[in-house]
Design a protein around this ligand. Structure first.
Ligand code: PRP
Length: 202
């Protein structure tokens, strides 16, 4: 049995589509159920940011998670494969009329990704004040909580509809297949066989 942690929402749907294609089986979570067992697999419906915790602790053998979450939390897991789904960009965003000034040492940045933000501005040698939020990041510069944001941009609609623009692109992200290090030793054949099947249809 292989336990797979999936982030709730579109990435889970797209990943289950891949599994359906490979195994010709009905992989679908029932209504509000958080665990689904089908054939040799057990799927867990997990909050995106929690996937590395499930996989690094061995509660799941493998998982699917955005590269942005891996870069933010740097969990002790194996990165197996870029699934190419859930593509987005991690960007610095500002109000349309605002220009980001790297010589201003007091820039306030709202984000749910404080580590990526800290590393990025450190690479520019710009000290920033990071304001940690958990969602609706785009709101912060609109009401003066922050000068800029660091957030994921997928279609760009949220920024556009709130009068924000991309000032810098920090990184590209997409969903990656990751594995627990012990599982990769103990269940190596099963995980590699799955890896081959997924790579073949990508
Ligand atoms: C993400 C992200 C942006 C939005 C970007 O938020 O934080 O707010 O999606 O998508 P777009 O470019 O297609 O408009 P999410 O929906 O995950 O909710 P959150 O505000 O709780 O982080």
């Amino acid at each position: 049995m292989i336990t797979v942690a999936l982030p709730k929402g579109r990435i889970a749907d797209d990943t289950l589509k891949i599994f359906r294609q490979i195994f010709k089986s009905d992989f679908l979570f029932e209504d509000r159920k958080l665990i689904m067992e089908e054939g040799n697999f057990r799927f867990l419906a997990v909050r995106n940011q929690d996937i590395p915790t499930y996989v690094s602790n061995g509660a799941a053998d493998i998982g699917v998670v955005g590269l942005d979450v891996l870069e933010e939390h740097k969990p002790d897991v194996l990165r197996l494969l870029d699934l190419g789904i859930g593509r987005c960009r991690i960007c610095v965003g500002v109000r349309n009329e605002y220009e980001l000034d790297y010589n201003n040492p007091g820039i306030k940045i709202a984000t749910k990704m404080p580590n990526i933000t800290r590393e990025y501005f450190a690479s520019k040698a710009t000290p920033v004040k990071i304001i940690k939020l958990y969602g609706s990041i785009e709101l912060a510069p609109l009401i003066g909580l922050a000068d800029a944001i660091v957030d994921n941009v997928e279609t760009g609609a949220t920024m556009k509809q709130n009068g924000l623009k991309v000032a810098e692109v920090i990184m590209q992200s997409s969903a990656h297949l990751i594995a627990n290090k012990n599982s990769y030793i103990i269940k190596r054949d099963e995980i590699l066989s799955l890896y081959d099947k997924i790579s073949a249809i990508l």
